[in-house]
Design a protein. Structure first.
Length: 463
């Protein structure tokens, strides 16, 4: 409250102004301080600083939402925003929201605050990262690396007199390297992002990023585009969880289901995949990029089972959808900044480990298929559930063995059908700590993960 300069009584007055035309009003105060450093051509020669500060006012009236914001926390400016929000919402019926209680644990303790780290030390770390990559791989042509860190302080107040605050650190490192061989080039990118302080920047992370950037480079230069067709696909643990996030996670978000836009809108309580499969969206993993102590409606972060033992057991709810379905909110009301109203969003989405052995066991069970080691971008149609993902790196599987390295292929399928066609889940769950950002009207930080899985009958787009 010292940061934003308003008293609780002033907040009550702003909310009361919004309630003159609505049934629910909440305030979202935010101050985010963001820094970055960029290494290019062997030197850290540029950096950035950004301060974002303001407050959003939301008024709900029946099914209508009014939203306005001010890039200040001046009392009169926020009273004007409340009037604007209530005018947008109008007056169209009751919106009853139950109180949410409980103190959330701290999921992101900071051992070494970013503001205490010298820019010289941070820049030197990026230079050492480039040197580590070049020392491991003489074919390195170019390295571009970025380090960013931010601190977001948020304060939330609503018409139930609930007052919640959170202080969210976020540190990220990303590196892209270009390698050359006999007139050909290959590009590799890797990243890390954690909710912690500058303690993440140890020699261990530096060497890990360098090793990942150059791993399997010989196979990348040798990779070819295979013949396409319908076949089994083994997905590696970790970053393959992006397919789970995009092709299935979005379809479990409650706003899509409330409006009948999701392929899963009529499947609550029904079996959607084989027994033993559990799919989770989790805000409680310590230090994880997708973790949040409270969501952006002041609801405590929690661990939500969307699929339990193969049965669809929960959507991902904000307060609006929770009221519609008559359930408790799951802490998934998230927003990009105070300029946006909250909507149901994922946090860290993953599948629990299974009992079908190891990655090697899954590969050994496939006569003809593809092993996917690294996904890139993809597209998903929420209503139909159809998806297409581009594969950066993989291998053919022939008679239970990895053979030719492959690239430039697409994996094409349907989310509900792919869930139903999962026939093997290994016991090697890995959460990928890359710089994942989800864009659904707004951008928010997320994480994803998955154990190695075997899916039958996916279409592989090749020659």
């Amino acid at each position: 409250m010292d940061i934003f300069g308003l008293s609780r009584s002033q907040m009550r007055s702003i909310v009361a102004e919004g309630l003159k035309g609505g049934d629910w009003c909440d305030l979202y105060f935010e101050q985010t301080v963001y820094h970055d450093l960029l290494l290019r051509d062997g030197a850290v020669a540029s950096g950035g600083f950004h301060l974002d500060y303001g407050c959003g006012v939301r008024v709900l009236s029946g099914e209508k939402t009014g939203y306005a914001y001010a890039e200040s926390t001046d009392f009169q400016a926020l009273m004007d925003a409340a009037r604007a929000a209530r005018a947008i919402a109008g007056s169209s019926g009751r919106f009853g929201v139950p109180a949410v209680s409980g103190e959330a644990p701290q999921y992101y303790p900071v051992l070494s605050p970013w503001e205490d780290a010298s820019l010289e030390r941070l820049a030197a770390w990026l230079v050492e990262l480039e040197q580590a990559i070049r020392s491991r791989e003489p074919r390195t042509l170019k390295v571009i690396a970025m380090m960013s860190w931010s601190q977001s302080d948020v304060l939330m107040y609503n018409s139930l007199d609930e007052l919640t605050q959170d202080s969210r650190p976020l540190g990220s490192v990303s590196v892209t390297a270009i390698f050359g061989q006999q007139g050909r080039t290959e590009q590799r990118s890797t990243s890390r992002s954690l909710r912690c302080g500058a303690e993440m920047l140890g020699d261990g992370l530096l060497q890990e990023l360098a090793a990942e950037t150059v791993a399997g480079l010989d196979d990348s230069f040798a990779a070819r585009r295979p013949k396409g067709g319908k076949m089994s696909v083994v997905m590696a643990a970790g970053a393959s969880g992006i397919l789970l996030h995009e092709a299935m996670g979005h379809a479990f978000e409650a706003d899509f289901n409330r409006k009948g836009q999701s392929i899963f809108s009529d499947k609550m309580g029904r079996r959607v995949c084989r027994r033993g499969i559990n799919i989770i969206d989790d805000a409680t993993i310590p230090g994880c990029r997708g973790s949040i102590r409270y969501d952006d409606e002041g609801v405590p972060g929690q661990k939500t089972y969307m699929v339990t033992d193969g049965v669809l057991s929960s959507y991902l709810h904000d307060r609006i959808s929770a009221r519609f379905y008559g359930v408790e909110p799951t802490g998934n009301g998230r927003r990009e900044s105070f300029r946006y109203n909250p909507i149901p969003r994922m946090r860290t989405t993953y599948m629990e480990s299974g009992s079908d052995g190891s990655l090697q066991d899954l590969i050994a069970s496939v006569r003809k298929g593809v092993y996917v080691d690294k996904f890139a971008n993809g597209e998903v149609r929420i209503g139909e559930g159809d998806f297409t993902f581009y594969v950066n790196r993989g291998y053919l599987i022939e008679n239970g063995r990895l053979t030719m390295p492959v690239k430039d292929i697409n994996i094409i399928g349907n989310g509900p059908q792919a869930l139903a066609d999962i026939v093997g889940v290994a016991g090697d769950l890995k959460i990928d700590n890359g710089t994942w950002t989800c864009g659904k009207e707004q951008s928010v930080a997320v994480s994803c993960g998955i154990p190695s899985v075997l899916i039958n009958n996916l279409t592989v787009g090749g020659e």
